[in-house]
Design a binder for this molecule. Sequence first.
Ligand SMILES: [Zn+2]
Length: 330
Amino acid sequence: MNGAAHGSGRPRLLALDIGGTKIGWSLMDGREPCAEPGASGRIATLADEGGAAVAERIRSLVADVVGRLGPVSGVAAASAGVVDPRTGAIVSATNTMPGWGGTPLGDILREASGAPVRVLNDVHAHGLGEALAGAGRDHDTVLSVAVGTGIGGALVDRGRVLTGGHHVAGHVGHIHHHAGARMACSCGRSGHIEAFCSGSGIAAWYEARRADGDPRADDARALQALADGGHPLARACFVESARALGECLGSLANCVDPSIIIISGSMTRSGAAWWDGLREGYAASAMTPVAPTPLVVGSLGDDAPLIGAAANFENTADRNAGGAPAGTEE
Ligand SMILES: [Zn+2]
């Protein structure tokens, strides 16, 4: 079978993780990234060069990998932006990847690889990876939340990601909380938790609250240094935003009843006060039956979206009962 021989006898997939700062890739041994030297790597996205330039960089990366390492039986991609799962096209994207919206990513990957392609949103892929192979592997219903520069999430039930009616399910960052009611969100609304609980949001929240005598903090890292040094307002921003995020997670748990909540992203490294605030907020909002739900940190790091993308490829192939994955026939 062309390209299928890879020790395990399973399909030889090329997995991609396309984000705002880097594009990671790996040949996959089943759902595991290949450990062989030269079978994985990463390049800079250079997102500010625009969507067309990023697409061209991806096209040549895939052509180069397939040329060097031989044919693959499929390309499993995780990408920033809202993804149309039937075609793999990017429906829309935020300003972290200007001009990425509208990119026919599925077509580009198919042309470059000569193989069937499945594309999944990167936050969905991350959640699916953690649910199947990471911190959620012993759980049926997993809520995964990534709290980094922005806030995103995925609800995974029995190995499937809920994508919703408009492919945008899991936009956890765009839940309203009164504590940040005056903060402008990246989506154009206000009071959403991304606007004051994410890495960029918490720095903006401090800036909006600080008096003339308070030092500046240009990003979450600078704010963390202020908080660690005992600055009262910087500390309050961490504790209060974590508490608000926890309250929203409690409300989400009341709605969807996950058996575990997995938190990933740079804000999880904010220290004990942040985690305490998160747990206090969760406890204040969660109903009694969901109160014991564990809140844990993700365990797979950068491998999570690659594993999730590969699982998504397999899931979809399964559904097509031995045929090519949907969306590859046109
Ligand atoms: Zn929003």
